[in-house]
Design a protein around this ligand. Structure first.
Ligand SMILES: Cc1cc2nc3c(=O)[nH]c(=O)nc-3n(C[C@H](O)[C@H](O)[C@H](O)COP(=O)(O)OP(=O)(O)OC[C@H]3O[C@@H](n4cnc5c(N)ncnc54)[C@H](O)[C@@H]3O)c2cc1C
Length: 407
């Protein structure tokens, strides 16, 4: 095993939506950037599939929207859910002030491959897969690089700036000693696949029933299913047996009854623990965290990917000119947090409200459900569905690409 060294302007740990988008934008602006991703490829199924109207708008600004829309995807113009026996439309994207008035559903590995393909067109971009950041180099209180493990041995990276974009179990933020404020989540998610047949419905999003929340994402030949459970409740579910669990799924989505046996044993059901937290300070000299590493998002509303990408755009807008001038100061790093903190806190507050007031209650109830008052109002006054559409589709304080493309 050998030890190799690299020097680069910016080293990003984590090739998720936040890390890949920041890497792309910095390289496009001519700043040498290295992205490290610990997995061999982007092909993992515990990622959300949503590409929001605001992200599609960014792609238009980057001149890659048309090419993106030629890749296989589904377009969802409205979101709804079935609560008890009633179907409620929650968000209608048809009135958004964006070019694309829909959420594009595309497996996230295809989206990340697409961004990587475009980033690689810039000579300033490097991506190292199967390379896991493990520790930071710190000199006189300033982060000066990181240590990573790659298949060929240890990699030591010296960088003017290290970015932690390594998700909600971030090693970088832990090694940097940044203080975490735990907001808490009352639920976990059981994540599994069941095959999809031609006669199945198209895009079903949420099913709320007595004690149960069940979400299905259409991935063409299979359903990616999320079965929401109370936090720490997996052992209890396992204790009731797999047959009971299969029956519960069939009760929530009867057309799946003929294939719940595809869940042959519990290894077909992955437990994804949901966390909601945020850092008190997103940076220290030489280091910045963005995306879930700075603020782990709940799956509620499917907005975490959007926030991660918006962080990346804000960071590139603020930092690229500073890189060009040769100095990225602590104040510049704090400016990224100042720009993105309000959208983060407000979005998390809404997620926590829905987690506690809607999902927590549904999981705890033994009575038949009917839509709560605010959702009934959406049914009576459909124009109100524009509000959730804006919050989900564009988010608070949408960002725009301000970094120029290098020659
Ligand atoms: C069950 C569940 C479902 C969700 N569904 C949705 C949804 O439908 N829509 C939505 O918008 N949001 C959803 N979210 C939230 C969303 O997944 C996150 O907010 C979003 O992925 C954050 O992006 P990110 O780039 O910051 O982090 P991540 O997507 O977590 O990416 C981090 C990357 O860093 C890599 N990595 C980790 N550690 C290291 C290391 N030490 N060195 C190198 N690489 C490393 C990881 O492999 C990963 O590729 C969901 C969350 C959960 C828990």
């Amino acid at each position: 095993m050998e030890t190799s060294e690299i020097s680069v302007g910016c080293c990003i740990a984590g090739g998720g939506p936040a890390g890949m988008m920041l890497g792309f934008l910095l390289a496009r602006a001519g700043i040498p950037v290295l992205v490290l991703e610990k997995h061999r490829d982007f092909l993992r199924d515990f990622r959300g599939d949503t590409i929001h109207p605001s992200t599609l708008e960014l792609m238009h600004e980057l001149g890659i929207l048309e090419e993106f829309l030629q890749r296989p995807h589904q377009e969802t113009r409205a979101l709804g859910g079935q609560i008890g026996d009633d179907f409620v439309q929650i968000a209608d994207f048809g009135h958004l002030p964006t070019r694309c008035r829909f959420i594009a559903f595309m497996p996230q590995w295809d989206f990340l491959d697409f961004i990587a393909e475009h980033a690689k067109r810039y000579p300033a971009f490097q991506l190292k897969m199967e390379t896991e950041a493990s520790d930071l180099f710190v000199e006189n209180g300033r982060v000066t690089g990181l240590r990573a493990t790659a298949p060929e041995g240890e990699l030591q990276v010296r960088a003017d700036l290290v970015v932690g974009a390594d998700g909600r179990h971030s090693t970088v933020r832990e090694r940097a000693g940044l203080e975490i404020i735990d907001v808490g989540a009352p639920m976990d998610v059981l994540w599994m696949r069941l095959s999809r047949r031609p006669k199945d419905p198209g895009q079903t999003l949420g099913r709320f029933d007595i004690g149960r929340v069940f979400v299905m994402l259409n991935r063409d030949d299979y359903w990616q299913c999320a079965f929401v459970i109370p936090k720490g409740g997996f052992d209890e579910i396992k204790g009731r047996g797999l047959e009971f669990f299969r029956d519960e799924i069939a009760r929530l989505a009867p057309y799946l009854r003929d294939r719940t046996a595809e869940l042959a044993d519990w290894s077909d059901v992955k437990l994804l623990s949901v966390a909601v937290d945020r850092l008190r300070k997103w940076s220290r000299p030489g280091l910045l965290c963005i995306g879930d590493a700075a603020h782990a998002m709940s799956p509620v509303g499917g907005v975490g990917i959007n926030l991660a990408i918006q962080d990346a755009v804000a960071a590139a807008n603020i930092l690229a000119p500073r890189f060009k001038e040769g100095t990225v100061s602590e104040d510049d790093l704090q400016a990224v947090q100042r720009r993105r903190e309000f959208p983060t806190r407000a979005t998390q507050a809404m997620q926590v409200f829905i987690q506690n007031r809607v999902i927590g209650r549904v999981l705890g109830t033994t009575e038949k459900l009917s839509p709560p008052m605010p959702l009934r109002l959406l049914g009576q006054m459909p124009f109100l569905t524009r509000i959730p559409a804006r919050l989900i589709g564009m988010g608070i304080r949408p960002e725009h690409v301000r970094t120029p493309a290098a020659a």
